[in-house]
Design a binder for this molecule. Structure first.
Ligand SMILES: *Cc1c(COP(=O)(O)O)cnc(C)c1O
Length: 231
């Protein structure tokens, strides 16, 4: 399928989920996750009207940056971020979705020339394969970041577990939303925490129903191999 048709289908499903919950579709931004595909395929997404692109590796990001520069995508870094890679990407990304430790915050604080919108990544499923901090660690962590003027806590991010159990997925997303409320109640100057980055190809409708403001969609939008579509 071409990216345009995929996007139309995804937007239809977002609209349905919004209708169900009394939300407006404007509240939700689709991030096209282009980590598996070519710059040309990413360009197709931009041409179809996607404004946000997500990459999970510094190499993929830096490669596509130059090629896609004329379309001015908003870049999101969505993957595990090694501290030593911060310097290479920091001037190019608008959002980092994987802030999960103080050493990474230190490095962002040190390297950024202006405040960077960050998502605190939370392991809501407690699957050991998932990165992110536990829910209990989030509030103390956010408090510590009040001294970091180059970090703005834009929101929270999570990945749901690999399962067919819809209720299990839903409860992860719901717990992230509840945690967002707790962070907001801190009223911390650099933690507006208005966003929820949750939902991927297999679970984005549930995420939208539970309050997602950014969904990160790769395979069902641009495909998962160079030049490919959804199989
Ligand atoms: C790859 C990836 C996605 C997109 O996954 P799909 O299932 O292909 O939509 C979303 N978020 C993160 C963090 C990813 O690494």
């Amino acid at each position: 399928m071409d990216v345009k048709s995929n996007l139309r289908h995804i937007n239809d499903r977002i609209n349905e989920a919004c209708k169900e919950k009394g939300r407006t579709p404007d509240e939700i931004s689709v991030i096209a996750v282009t980590k598996y595909v070519s710059p040309e395929r990413a360009q197709e997404a931009l041409d179809a009207g996607v404004k946000h692109l997500g990459e999970n590796r510094d190499s993929g990001l830096l490669h596509k940056l130059d090629i896609l520069i004329d379309s001015r995508p908003v870049w999101h870094f969505i993957g595990t971020l090694q501290t030593r890679k911060v310097k290479a990407i920091i001037d190019h990304v608008s959002y980092i979705h994987s802030l999960d430790r103080l050493s990474l915050a230190d490095e962002i604080q040190k390297r950024a020339k202006k405040p960077v919108d960050c998502f605190v990544q939370v392991n809501t499923s407690l699957e050991s394969s998932k990165h992110g901090m536990t829910k209990e660690e989030v509030i103390p962590f956010v408090r510590k970041l009040s001294a970091y003027e180059n970090i703005r806590i834009a929101g929270l991010m999570t990945m749901a577990p690999f399962t067919d159990d819809e209720e299990e997925i839903r409860s992860c997303f719901r717990s992230l939303r509840e945690l967002r409320g707790e962070v907001q109640r801190l009223n911390q100057w650099n933690a507006p925490c208005s966003e929820l980055s949750m939902g991927m190809s297999n679970d984005f409708t549930i995420a939208v129903e539970e309050g997602a403001t950014f969904v990160r969609i790769g395979s069902s939008l641009v495909g998962n191999e160079t030049g490919g579509g959804q199989s």
